[in-house]
Design a protein around this ligand. Structure first.
Ligand code: ISL
Ligand code: CA
Length: 536
């Protein structure tokens, strides 16, 4: 296997996703902030998880109609999170520990309170009118059939200037008009602004929605449950102009050492994602497959293989188990011990070929909180309750220790803590060698020092696995064998091809009393156990 010793950090590194609002609050207002986060940086350093980068959910000034994804100023920090000086300090303090900082750029839309939109809306003749997507009514009705992701039409009527404006999300999130060269220039300046301040790149929110079809045709119908899903989104997203914009973005990124961008592709599919990855495009596009796949070996492997196939040599795989929009992994999967599932998830996330993203709290097996109707803050949750509770469940405050409010805040947290926090927190778990946190730490350390896990290929040993999963990661000088039992019973796992003859050394098991053993023709595993073996 060819391995290149000089792989960029984003191909070998691990990225930790922080929902800043819920991570660590320094001033007791119940909202996580940058000084709070700086105070917790040791969680990521050599004595903690030892990750390579942290990605911060949006920290820009925002009216918070969509909790930071409605941005009112791209070049400032929301005072509730801190100041530019705090961000500089974060970059510096993180840098000292070998950790890079990535920001979240939501530049498909702004807040309706962004000065650009206030100007644009002020008069049809305003010079910034064309910075957003304004259209006249069609026979007294919206310009076309486009729908908003969060429900209702994607067009809102502005009575004062007698036109509709476009918003893929909330009316408070008007879409920018990327076809206007001034808009594109202004946004690329935003990118430069943050790179010059020392951030190492971005997560790009719904990037493939930047452009709309210039003639605004109706989307054709398709089968689906919600109005948004009942049309094929061929005119409101994925326009060919995307590629030119991504090339420009990439040139800027490449002019700063070691910078990268990972895109959130709306309606992602591996082949679709592959189109957007490459040397003049994005470094990576999120693969969300594990967040909806059945927690079964065959289903998981099928998804891994599809992405491996689609991405080929020009793309690079990446994996997430969850994020701030989706139910947490342990709340979603299988029966049995949630800690065992948290560890199975970790073993999968951190040993596949590709870049892993850890969502805060996954390392301690945090679960979703349940909210009553009046506690729900998320806009789609409020709209669709009781059919959909929204996305707040996975955003509860980080559980640090057994003190007041789990060490997150001295004040009342903006969302309730998970009731299990007195027993499930970083402090407790760091003293318990059998905890998910200890497993994450050991696994991250193992990964960091293993050529096979960092650079090896991906070679499944069973093509139609049942109950368990096994694959090899093969690099020059080292091979890793990774085995999983997704069932609640003991398992003898046989392979479609013989295991390479060798002495396999067990280096890690997720069980406190490991039963994993490599025999001549199979591997034995205890219930819900994952294990890693190495050979030279
Ligand atoms: O959250 C979803 C379903 O539960 C998705 O449809 C989500 O809206 C979509 O993936 C886009 O998400 C991103 O952009 C949104 C923001 O609300 C999300 O938090 C963000 O991750 C608009 O900026
Ligand atoms: Ca605060």
């Amino acid at each position: 296997m060819p391995i290149s010793p000089d792989r960029p950090w984003w191909k070998t590194g691990v990225i930790y996703h922080i929902y800043v609002r819920s991570f660590a609050d320094s001033n007791g207002d119940g909202i996580g902030d940058l000084p709070g986060l700086i105070g917790r940086l040791d969680h990521f350093g050599e004595d903690g998880l030892a990750v390579d980068a942290i990605w911060l959910s949006p920290i820009f000034p925002s009216p918070d109609t969509d909790f930071g994804y409605d941005i009112a100023d791209y070049c400032a920090i929301d005072p509730r999170y801190g100041s530019l000086a705090d961000l500089d300090r974060l970059i510096q303090e993180a840098g000292r520990r070998g950790i890079r900082v990535l920001l979240d750029l939501a530049i498909n839309h702004t807040s309706s309170r962004h000065p650009w939109f206030l100007e644009s809306r002020s008069a049809a003749s305003n010079p910034k009118r064309d910075w957003y997507v304004w259209r006249p009514a069609r026979n007294g009705r919206p310009p076309n059939n486009w729908q908003s992701v969060f429900g209702g039409r994607a067009w809102t009527w502005d009575a004062a200037t007698r036109q509709y404006y476009h918003h893929l999300f909330l009316p408070e999130q008007p879409d920018l008009n990327w076809r206007n060269p001034e808009v594109r220039r202004a946004l690329m300046d935003v990118v430069r602004f943050w790179l010059d301040r020392g951030v190492h790149g971005f997560r790009l929110d719904v990037f493939n929605a930047w452009y709309e079809h210039p003639e605004y045709p109706d989307n054709p119908p398709r089968l689906g449950l919600r109005a948004f899903d009942r049309q094929a989104h061929i005119h409101d997203i994925d326009q060919p102009e995307m590629f030119e914009a991504l090339a420009e973005l990439r040139t800027i990124l490449d002019s700063h050492p070691e910078c990268m961008a990972v895109g959130e592709l709306f309606g992602e599919d591996p082949y679709h994602a592959a189109h957007y990855c490459g040397d003049d495009k994005l470094h990576m596009v999120f693969n969300f497959e594990f967040t909806r796949s059945p927690w079964k070996p065959a289903a998981l492997l099928r998804r891994v293989l599809r992405w491996e196939d689609a991405l080929g040599d020009s793309g690079w795989p990446c994996y997430v188990l969850g994020n701030h929009d989706l139910s947490r992994i342990v709340s979603r999967v299988g029966r049995g011990d949630p800690d065992a599932h948290a560890k199975l998830g970790a073993a999968l996330l951190l040993t596949l070929r590709g870049t892993p993203f850890i969502y805060y709290g996954e390392e301690i097996g945090m679960a979703d909180i349940r909210l009553s109707r009046d506690q729900i803050l998320d806009p789609p949750g409020r709209r669709y309750w009781p059919f959909y509770e929204g996305r707040d469940g996975c955003r509860s405050p980080m559980q640090w220790d057994g003190s007041t409010n789990a060490g997150f805040s001295t004040g009342k947290p903006w969302l309730p803590l998970h009731p299990g926090h007195p027993h499930r927190n970083v402090h407790c778990q760091s003293r318990d060698p059998a905890s998910p946190y200890s497993f994450y730490r050991s696994l991250l350390r193992l990964r960091r020092n293993s050529p096979a896990l960092l650079r090896g290929d991906f070679h499944p040993l069973t093509i139609h696995p049942r109950g368990g999963l096994a694959y090899l990661r093969r690099a020059a000088g080292e091979q890793a064998l990774i085995v999983f039992n997704f069932s609640n019973r003991e398992l003898g796992l046989t392979f479609d091809e013989p295991l390479p003859e060798a002495t396999w050394r067990q280096v890690l098991s997720s069980a406190s009393n490991p039963s994993a053993r490599v025999l001549e023709d199979r591997v034995c595993l205890g219930p819900l156990e994952a294990a890693i073996f190495l050979r030279a």
